[in-house]
Every structure is written in structure tokens, then in C-alpha cells.
Ligand binder design. Structure first.
Ligand SMILES: Cc1cc2nc3c(=O)[nH]c(=O)nc-3n(C[C@H](O)[C@H](O)[C@H](O)COP(=O)(O)OP(=O)(O)OC[C@H]3O[C@@H](n4cnc5c(N)ncnc54)[C@H](O)[C@@H]3O)c2cc1C
Length: 490
């Protein structure tokens, strides 16, 4: 990339999901100059990309939304994907960020230009420059597909749930679906009734609890519209209940026993066959992997057209899959409900800091940042939904809003102190990460007896936040300039 003279934006934001859009809205309200780029054809992030049947948020609607953009119109207690997407599109229009947004524009490279104290960006639609870079690429935005022997020979359709192929509704088809996590649990009850056969490749069964979803009737929505305080109270109550689960996850396992009993009773009620029940009972502690909510999963997987296969896939052939026991199963379609690659985001290969090295080179498979947001050697970079900020119990939007507040205060501090550059002190970042890892060491994720996507290729939990969300909010309420090296304009 050549360093050329061009308009230098105050802020460039990458990604138009909850994180990027939320930041853009706040900057717009403040009158700060910014540009927002998004590689997808629309705003929405996760909720634009994931259009698979049954896609739904497992945090109640009244909590899973921006605190500054209340929505009295949620028509379900837990929002479906289409309504979240509609909400985000509406926010983008309502708060006037679309004129600053470039869709179908991918960040290909970003490098810190020390002399100019700015970021030079290379995008799929041309170069950009900005003083501050907000990377909001999402944690669950890069689909992970296992490399199965013979996959390239497969003649049928094969796709990941995050790239759902809507060209055929699968009626009468023989399908192999890989995975048994939150996505599989949402998809399977939706598609199973219309399939000829479903081969469900499930290595470890999930803990499943009853879903409390229900329609929100228009009388209630009217009430929310007329008395906004009611919806705020509901939000507060949901928040408090959710937060109490963090006690069990990170401090005292006894708090999780109630949910385990709930899950066991659900299984007993819905699966009469004791042998099948045994196969469907997880052998790890509840909450070790994300728990899933469903009333339709167990009935669907007991249907006569469903085979549960626990031995994995050993090979894919032109029109079939072969399981780990050597049994060949003819199929038309192969669906990967195999999750994402949170610790190996391609954007980390594209952002180069002070010494020219990419984040991926510095992280070597184990992402690390101070408060999950700033990285030593990467001045004026704010990374959203970064290392160790994922949750097992509450809304990511809450964490993102904490990061947005921190980022805004960083900009404010720069203005106030006449600084052109901030860079987190290495010892601050190191101490923070040591603390996080120490706290995670006793969490249910690290010791609950399961393998999960919370662990990176080096076996380190670089994904989960080890505490209450209000603690994170407290720690990000103010940009702690003393943790940074601030530099004036050169
Ligand atoms: C199926 C599914 C269900 C989920 N359910 C829940 C839930 O119940 N509760 C919860 O709290 N969270 C849930 N999440 C997590 C969810 O991702 C977050 O809640 C939230 O949407 C994250 O917002 P974000 O803006 O950080 O990231 P995203 O919504 O992922 O948006 C990131 C955007 O960045 C763009 N991008 C990435 N790289 C580039 C690049 N190089 N150039 C340009 N653009 C780029 C992507 O295209 C994407 O649009 C779920 C995620 C998935 C996938």
C-alpha cells in the first residue's frame, strides 16, 4: 500500500453488526466524522449472514437490543433472526448512518503509518485513511467447515448453516447434518418433517433446557409503547436473572444444579426410551458448552426419518457419507452446523501494527488484548467483541455497548489532552490477561470436562469473559489514560 494524501477520517469502522452499527450511531450523534465499511451486501452482521430456518436469539428480546434504541415491537419473547435484522436495518436508517456506510466493501489490509499517526486501509473498493480504527468483525462471522476426506468429490449440495442455500427447501431429500450445538438444535426441528431422511452426526449431545419463548401479544406491545418504563423494568429483570448464572459459571457450581435438574427433567419428559436417554445425556457439566433452549429438538430427533450417528464422518463419496464405523449412507445434501473459527479471524492477518507485524503473527493462535479491546503495538485500534469477551449467560450487545462507551471516551480523552495516539502499555495488557486466565482456570468452561470452541489451537481459553457483565461495564466506563502511552501530534 502506498502512503498517499487523501481524506483522513476521524474514525473508520469495519463491520456493520451490532458492534459497528452501535459505534457508528454514537459517533453520528456526537457529530464525529467516520466511515463504516461492511463486506456483506447489507447491515446486520450475524443476523444478516445467518438465515437458516429457525434462526433465533437465545437471549430475550427486551435485553437483546441497544439500550438507546428500545423496541416495543418485538413480537416474540425471544427474537427471531428476521426481526433482529429488521431492527438493525431500522436503527441504521433512523440514526442516519447509512450515508456513511459502504456495503460490499471488505477490509483487505490495514497498516499503522507511524509518521502520519493514522491507519491506511486497503479495501475491496479502494483505499481509505483514518486516525482511529474500530475493528468490529464479529467473533462468530467466519464459518468453520471440517476438512473431510473426499469432500471435494461430493456431487450433491453442501453448505454451512451460516451460508444457507435457499435454492431448494430440502423437501423429500436425504440430508446429513453435522453438529449438535445451538444451531443444529434450531435447524433440525424446522427441516426434519419435510426430509426423506436425516442422518444427524452428533459426537457429543448438548444440554437442552425447555424454551420459554412465546408470542408478545399486541396488548403488551401497546403497553410497552405507552409506558416505556415497563419494558425497561422487564429488561432489568431479565438482566438480573441472567447475571445470577455467572455466579455458577465462574464462582460456585452449586448455582448450576437447578439448570441441570431442569435439563434432566426435560430429557426424561421428552425421551421415553432409557437407552436413547442415556445416549442423549451429556457427559460433561452443564454450561461447559453453551446450553441450548428447545422444545422441538428431542421430538424431532426421535422421528422415524432420523438416524443419530455418534461415530463421526470418516469419508465423503460422490453421493454418500461413510461414518466412523464404515457404514455408508446415501445423501443428497450435506449441511455443516459446525460453528465458527473465533480465534482465527482472517482480519487478524490483515491488521499490521507499529512494527509491521499482523495481529495474527503476534497472537500466534491465542488472541490477547487489554479489556478485549486494545493491543500493545497497535495504536489507535479498538477491537470489538475481541479476546475473552464472549459470554455463556447474557447479551453480547451489553458487552458491545460497554466497549462503545470505552471507545468514545478514548476519543474524548484524545481531544481533551491533545493526543494523536494511544497505545496500551505492554505490562498493563500482560497483567490483565494473567488475571483473566487465572480466573478462567476454575470456571466451568475450563474444568467442566468438555472440549469446546472456547479453546484456541494452543489449548488456551481466549474466548470467554470470566465474570459478571456489570464488572466489565465498570472497568470500561472510563478510558483509563494511565494504562496507555499517549503521544501528541508529531
Ligand atoms: C447463529 C448465532 C446465534 C447467536 N445467538 C446469540 C445470542 O443468542 N445471544 C447473544 O448475545 N449473542 C448471540 N450470537 C453472537 C452474535 O454474533 C452477537 O450477539 C452480535 O451479533 C455480534 O455483533 P458484532 O457486530 O460484534 O459482530 P457481527 O454481527 O458478526 O458483525 C460483524 C460484521 O463484520 C463484517 N466483517 C468481518 N470482517 C470484515 C472485513 N474484513 N471487512 C469488512 N467487513 C467485515 C462481517 O461481514 C459482519 O457483518 C449469535 C451468533 C450466531 C452466529
Amino acid at each position: 500500500m502506498d502512503t498517499v494524501r487523501r481524506v483522513v477520517h476521524d474514525v473508520a469502522i469495519v463491520g456493520a453488526g451490532f458492534g459497528g452499527l452501535g459505534m457508528a450511531i454514537r459517533l453520528k450523534q456526537q457529530g464525529t466524522d467516520f466511515v463504516l465499511i461492511e463486506r456483506g451486501e447489507d447491515v446486520g452482521g450475524t443476523w444478516w449472514a445467518n438465515s437458516y430456518p429457525g434462526c433465533q436469539c437465545d437471549i430475550p428480546s427486551n435485553l437483546y437490543s441497544f439500550s438507546f434504541a428500545r423496541n416495543p415491537d418485538w413480537d416474540r419473547a425471544y427474537p427471531m433472526r428476521d426481526q433482529i435484522l429488521e431492527y438493525l436495518r431500522d436503527c441504521a436508517v433512523r440514526f442516519g448512518v447509512l450515508p456513511h456506510t459502504r456495503l460490499s466493501c471488505e477490509l483487505l489490509g490495514a497498516r499503522w503509518v507511524a509518521d502520519e499517526q493514522r491507519w491506511e486501509l486497503e479495501t475491496s473498493t479502494g483505499p481509505l485513511a483514518a486516525r482511529v480504527l474500530v475493528a468490529a468483525p464479529g467473533l462468530l462471522s467466519e464459518p468453520s467447515t471440517p476438512s473431510l476426506p473426499g469432500l471435494e468429490r461430493f456431487q450433491g449440495r453442501a453448505f454451512h448453516t451460516a451460508e444457507w442455500d435457499h435454492s431448494d427447501d430440502l423437501s423429500g431429500k436425504r440430508v446429513a447434518l453435522l453438529g449438535a450445538g445451538a444451531t443444529a438444535v434450531q435447524v433440525v426441528p424446522e427441516i426434519q418433517p419435510r426430509l426423506r431422511k436425516l442422518h444427524l452426526f452428533q459426537r457429543t449431545p448438548p444440554w437442552v433446557i425447555p424454551h420459554m419463548d412465546h408470542p408478545v401479544h399486541h396488548e403488551m406491545r401497546d403497553l410497552y409503547r405507552r409506558i416505556p418504563l415497563l419494558q425497561r423494568l422487564s429488561r432489568g429483570l431479565i438482566y438480573a436473572l441472567r447475571e445470577s448464572q455467572a455466579v455458577g459459571i465462574t464462582r460456585d457450581r452449586r448455582w448450576l444444579k437447578g439448570q441441570e435438574l431442569n435439563a434432566r427433567l426435560h430429557l426424561r419428559r421428552q425421551v421415553p426410551d432409557p437407552e436413547l436417554r442415556r445416549r442423549l445425556t451429556p457427559d460433561y457439566e452443564i454450561f461447559c458448552k453453551r446450553i441450548v433452549l428447545s422444545n422441538g429438538w428431542y421430538p424431532a430427533i426421535q422421528a422415524p426419518n432420523v438416524d443419530i450417528v455418534s461415530s463421526g464422518v470418516s469419508e465423503v463419496r460422490e453421493h454418500s457419507v461413510v461414518d466412523g464405523d464404515g457404514v455408508e449412507r446415501e445423501i443428497d445434501t450435506l449441511i455443516f452446523a459446525t460453528g465458527f473459527k473465533p480465534a482465527e479471524l482472517p482480519i487478524a492477518e490483515r491488521i499490521r501494527g507499529r512494527d509491521g507485524r499482523s495481529l495474527a503473527e503476534v497472537w500466534e493462535g491465542s488472541p490477547q488484548a487489554y479489556l478485549g479491546t486494545t493491543v500493545t503495538g497497535y495504536p489507535n485500534l479498538l477491537f470489538f467483541y475481541g479476546p475473552n469477551l464472549n459470554l455463556g449467560h447474557s447479551s453480547i450487545v451489553y458487552m458491545l455497548e460497554s466497549q462503545i462507551a470505552y471507545a468514545l471516551d478514548a476519543l474524548h480523552t484524545m481531544r481533551l489532552r491533545g493526543a494523536a495516539e494511544f497505545d496500551v502499555r505492554p505490562e498493563v495488557q500482560a497483567a490483565y490477561n494473567e488475571e483473566v486466565q487465572e480466573r478462567l482456570a476454575t470456571s466451568v468452561w475450563n474444568t467442566g470436562g468438555c472440549g469446546s470452541w472456547y479453546f484456541d489451537r494452543n489449548g488456551k481459553n481466549s474466548i470467554q469473559w470470566p465474570g459478571f457483565t456489570f464488572e466489565y461495564r465498570r472497568r470500561t466506563r472510563r478510558f483509563d489514560a494511565e494504562s496507555y502511552r499517549l503521544a501528541p501530534a508529531a
